[in-house]
Write a protein that binds this ligand. Sequence first.
Ligand code: NAI
Length: 275
Amino acid sequence: MTYNLLKGKRGIIFGALDESSIAWKVAERAHAEGAIFTLSNVPVSIRIGKTNELGEKLNAKVIPADATSIQDIENLYTESVKELGGKIDFILHSIGMSLNVRKGKPYDDLDYEMMSKTLDISAISFHKILQIAKKMDIMNEWGSVVALSYIGAQRTMNGYNEMSQAKAMLESIARSFGYFYGKSHKVRVNTVSQSPTFTKASSNVAGFDGMYNYSDKMAPLGNSSGEDCADYCITLFSDLTKKVTMQNLFVDGGFSSMGMSMELMNTYGKCLESE
Ligand code: NAI
């Protein structure tokens, strides 16, 4: 079902790599709700992934940008405003990469050069995207900027490694920048904290299957899928959430409020009996 929630709105969507990407689902949903937008990704991902395929399908121009490069972001904004014919109403930051996780480095033996690149790609890029948008004045009043996060920002999750720090910083940037952008341009800034989802990025996390199953069994509504997350992002881009800003909002089937579920207690009990 569609509701025309984004009719007449212009956006920029970062991070659609392939059909499993959460940004891919957001782009499909935004298109269905009447938005026009550009798609962006880092050049290497455009080459090896399917961003161009999505662009053709949704009639969206693909503009390459490394989200750590100020020059690339400036160019993306100039091109997007030109292509879409006016100022921007929404931006999705769906970007994450951990170099230490990729190289299999454990949390108590991190490489700090790699960690600083991880923070730049996964968190500081969000600040750059916001700061450059504000300086270039590309957003309409009541615009909305959303970045995707994970509960590993607040809780220790085995295998999530340095991404915990990246997500904690990402969520903090939404709170800090939301103040400045709200005051100056009435632009809202939020993070959406999503359940574990099978994508290219998550395939690098050690023991990801276990994380997925555990939270699915813990959450009363089960894990939120990429499509569920996209639905929620659309509401945050719409005019129905104009006064929601500086928040970290969970779309996780209730996982973040749980302590123990009957299902997991039973599973744990059976494991103890069989020992
Ligand atoms: P994905 O691998 O499909 O998307 C990650 C994207 O980041 C890719 O398109 C990649 O090309 C892009 N990227 C990497 N470096 C970049 C750079 N320097 N500049 C611009 N783009 C760059 O994976 P997924 O899962 O859709 O990730 C999207 C977001 O959702 C990430 O922030 C991730 O941390 C977050 N998230 C993912 C969850 C999961 O379990 N998959 C759970 C909660 C949050």
